[in-house]
Design a protein around this ligand. Structure first.
Ligand SMILES: [Zn+2]
Length: 338
């Protein structure tokens, strides 16, 4: 007893999960039971460039640790998600389109230097999916798909109980499956990607066009003069709750496309569960998914046992990515110990 307490005065028992986004950085401190015991959120300030953003991440992690009243020495490891392809083995962010200057940035090594602990990096949506799979509704599934609908549409795949990262760390980019050939232009420069027709950005574009064409809608009031307010997920919810015909019609188109995507993924992967997260789905909840289920089911090739494929909301709010980071930290350190 005396010997072990001398060897480690501070027992390492916590993990840090960090979610780096284009706008915000979030850090969570998680205990052995996977409970969040401290959190912090700061603006990313992407304009500061990679070194400046790394400093912001460190400051966010330190705030989360002090909120949790946890000494950095008691942290086993950290997992961090970045918005772009990441080489899990080297911890290098290959590129992050929303973060200026982020090409071949050794994020894990830079953070490990400053935090003084092992750090592992992965794609942010992969970690959101891992969070749902390890600490959310997906627990216990062998095959699961995560679809995150927000400013864009991201996805992650769990196959045989493990994240599927692909041969170039770029698997799961379901937001860029082409769903409307020659459709609206996408952020990636191509046309008709799912993200170009089913993200919040796409919803905003459709609503603006309809309002400009003079369609009557409560959105005219909700968005203020000259569309002063952003079409946030909360505004979408208010308009739907008011029974607004324009909002309902734009959303049913989005639900239709998400249903087609779900059917395509189910036909390819045959998962037990398809989990929807992200700002839009978190704000609208299970009601949003019912039309998605109806469309998906029509296009399943295998109609037998179709009910066994669950299509459910993630319900982890902003925490999916950070929890996934903490789960990655656990997976990578337990692998090392073995
Ligand atoms: Zn695209």
């Amino acid at each position: 007893m005396a010997k072990s307490s001398r060897r480690s005065r501070v027992r390492k028992q916590y993990r840090l999960g960090i979610d780096l986004g284009g706008t915000n950085v979030m850090a969570l401190v998680v205990n052995e039971k996977d409970e969040i015991i401290g959190e912090a959120k700061k603006k990313t300030k992407a304009e500061l460039g990679p070194q400046g953003v790394v400093d912001r991440i460190v400051a966010t992690a330190e705030s989360a640790l002090s909120a949790a009243e946890v000494d950095v020495k008691a942290v086993i490891a950290a997992g961090v998600g970045a918005p772009g392809p990441v080489n899990l083995d080297t911890g290098v962010v290959v590129e992050a389109p929303n973060l200026p200057g982020w090409q071949e940035i050794p994020l894990a090594a830079m953070l490990s230097d400053k935090l003084g602990m092992p750090v592992f990096a992965d794609n942010d949506v992969n970690l959101g999916t891992l969070g749902v799979h390890q600490m959310g509704v997906g627990r216990g599934t062998q095959h699961m798909v995560g679809i995150f609908v927000g400013t864009g549409v991201g996805g992650g795949l769990i196959i045989n109980g493990q994240l599927h990262r692909g041969s170039r760390y770029s698997a799961g980019e379901i937001g860029h499956t082409v769903i409307v050939p020659n459709g609206p232009i996408c952020g990636c420069g191509k046309r008709g990607c799912l993200e170009a027709v089913a993200s919040r950005t796409a919803i905003e574009r459709e609503v603006s066009a309809a309002l400009a064409a003079g369609h009557p809608s409560v959105l005219t009031e909700l968005l203020g003069p000259e569309g002063k307010n952003r079409l946030t997920s909360g505004v979408i919810r208010s308009a739907l709750e008011a029974g607004d015909a324009l909002m309902t019609s734009v959303m049913s188109q989005v639900q239709y496309y998400l249903g087609l995507l779900t059917a395509n993924l189910v036909n390819v992967l045959d998962p037990e569960m398809v989990v929807f997260g992200g700002g839009v789905v978190e704000a609208l909840g299970d009601d949003f998914l019912e039309p998605v289920r109806t469309t998906a089911r029509i296009y399943y090739l295998q109609q037998r046992d179709a009910d066994r494929v669950q299509i459910v909301p993630a319900k982890l709010g902003d925490y999916a990515g950070g929890l996934g980071g903490a789960a990655l930290a656990r997976q990578m350190t337990s692998r090392r110990r073995r």
